[in-house]
Write a protein that binds this ligand. Sequence first.
Ligand SMILES: NC(=O)c1ccc[n+]([C@@H]2O[C@H](COP(=O)([O-])OP(=O)(O)OC[C@H]3O[C@@H](n4cnc5c(N)ncnc54)[C@H](O)[C@@H]3O)[C@@H](O)[C@H]2O)c1
Length: 145
Amino acid sequence: MERKVCICGAGTMGRGITMAVAGHGISAILFDSNPDILSGAAAQIERELAQEVEKKRISAIEKEKMIGLISYGQSLQDCRAPLIIEAIIEKIEAKSALFLELARVNSGETIFATNTSSLSVTQIAERTYFPDRIIGLHFSILLTE
Ligand SMILES: NC(=O)c1ccc[n+]([C@@H]2O[C@H](COP(=O)([O-])OP(=O)(O)OC[C@H]3O[C@@H](n4cnc5c(N)ncnc54)[C@H](O)[C@@H]3O)[C@@H](O)[C@H]2O)c1
């Protein structure tokens, strides 16, 4: 299977998840509907990784490898992967609508993960026609900004 993850929503969580994915050597596509947020995310990720190099937590080569694994997308068409992790606004309608839209451009095997902190994963899944491919994920992420 292709080692690729699409992360939807380039806010605090989406940025951290993207770095975690790339840190494991997996290609990450960070998707957001807002172009300003997306360019802010690219700049912050670059800064965060530069700090990691300064603190000698990663090497400059590892940083460049991670940067090379991350791409940015503003169109739903960019968001094709075996695993999709959503970190968009905390609204059940928005999350299920996004999964429904993404199902149209992805294969019937793609797994959709929600990063919700307070909503019912079962209720999000029930709003789609592929509840067996919806899972919940919880991350512990610390960003410096
Ligand atoms: N530990 C955890 O797992 C944890 C912690 C905090 C928050 N969360 C959850 O993570 C999610 C994101 O939280 P955050 O603090 O990063 O939010 P945020 O507001 O910082 O970022 C949300 C981003 O989603 C984008 N967005 C909104 N609707 C979109 C759509 N339909 N398609 C594409 N992009 C869209 C916005 O432009 C914004 O950049 C929420 O569901 C929140 O409850 C989880």
